[in-house]
Design a binder for this molecule. Structure first.
Ligand code: NAD
Ligand code: ZN
Length: 348
């Protein structure tokens, strides 16, 4: 089958690889109908993920049709249209039992190398899904594959970040980064009751896309975001700040944007180990700082329902739909920020 593989820094390729087989009784094989390129794939592309060896199949955001289910699989069967969770969980360990699926003792991420469960990715014609009852959801009849696609990753990541920030109706949210995750955070914040969302990006076109979703755009390369947020909040700062870029620079910015009693929720992926935490300021201003990997299984049913109910429209961010065969060009366009979000279509 055809699949996108990692070849080295700044290099992916379309290659012929063996089709996946059922290995465990609770595995399923999914024929991929849609797969996307995620901001997290760019960390691989930039060579920041140890354990991505040349030849490893990339990709973790996908929908498809179950073609084969192992004998122990109960929740899905051949022919079902499904969306996959980008990270896997076993569903029965102590962590899963308390709902901390992102801390599962068998945690893995599709297409993220040997350090993340050694699971071949979904930018391919077929993908093997372990613990299929837990890591697949049947797509509701009223949703297309593309409408469900981001529920397996960026939409649910963003929704979970807003949920983790304990947003209250009527509050003001600042979102740092208007890439796919940030744009999904804007929609999630409105769905969860934000009165105002201030959207910050370095790029004008990304901030303008945020504006179309109802946010107030702040172009950080042209204006000082701290001064702007201050002005737009009457000098008090944002109640909630969602950091959707990754790394110490934008986390530091979040502390400058948040108001007294406010909550920062960071989802940007970073490999930087330590950060100079503003301890005394957080004490006196009563700031909550939250960071963590997405907990997709906790929130995916809510995001599927919000999309089905017309409260969130994930497709607005798709700028390019390409055949899987053009994935190399898709990576180039997404990395150079020519594309907001690239969806790949196997067999097209
Ligand atoms: P992306 O790279 O497409 O978007 C990042 C955006 O941030 C871009 O629009 C860029 O212009 C903007 N940006 C960069 N530096 C900035 C700065 N200093 N100030 C303001 N804006 C800035 O990525 P994405 O797909 O939107 O994902 C965002 C982050 O979320 C990535 O780090 C990704 O790995 C991470 N992510 C995390 C999880 C998780 O489990 N925590 C899940 C999915 C994605
Ligand atoms: Zn992702």
């Amino acid at each position: 089958m055809k699949a996108v593989t990692y070849r080295g820094v700044g290099q992916v390729a379309l290659e012929d690889v063996p089709e996946p087989q059922i290995r465990h009784p609770d595995d399923a094989i999914v024929k991929v109908t849609r797969c996307a390129i995620c901001g997290s794939d760019l960390h691989i592309y930039h060579g920041h993920i140890p354990g991505m060896v040349p030849g490893f199949v990339c990709g973790h955001e996908f929908t498809g049709v179950v073609v084969e289910a192992g004998p122990a699989v109960r929740a899905v069967r051949a022919g079902d249209r499904v969306v996959g969770t980008f990270h896997t969980a076993c569903g029965h360990c102590a962590m899963c039992r308390k709902g901390a699926y992102n801390q599962c003792q068998e945690y893995g991420v599709f297409g993220y190398g040997v350090a993340f469960g050694n699971l071949a990715g979904s930018q391919a014609e077929f993908v093997r899904v372990p613990h299929a009852d837990v890591n697949l959801r049947v797509i509701p009849k009223e949703l297309s594959d593309e409408q469900a696609l981001f529920c397996g990753d960026i939409l649910t990541t963003a929704y979970g970040a807003v949920r983790n920030a304990q947003l209250q109706p009527g509050e003001t949210v600042a979102v740092i980064g208007c890439g796919p995750v940030g744009l999904m955070a804007i929609q999630s914040a409105f769905a969860l009751g934000a009165a105002k969302v201030l959207a910050i990006d370095l790029l004008r076109d990304r901030a303008e896309l945020a504006e179309r979703l109802g946010a107030v755009p702040i172009i950080a390369s042209e204006t000082n975001p701290v001064a702007q947020v201050n002005k737009l909040t009457g000098g008090v700062g944002a109640d909630v700040v969602i950091e959707a870029v990754g790394g110490p620079k934008t986390v530091a910015l979040a502390f400058e944007l948040v108001g007294g009693g406010g909550r920062i929720s960071a989802v940007g992926v970073t490999t930087v180990e330590s950060f100079s935490f503003p301890l005394a300021t957080s004490l006196t201003r009563d700031i909550t700082f939250r960071i963590g990997l997405a907990n997709i299984h906790r929130d995916i049913d809510a995001t599927l329902a919000l999309v089905a109910g017309g409260r969130i429209d994930p497709e607005v961010i798709i700028s390019h739909r390409l055949p899987l065969a053009e994935a190399v060009e898709g990576y180039r366009m997404f990395d150079s920020r020519e594309a907001t979000k690239v969806v790949l279509i196997p067999g097209a």
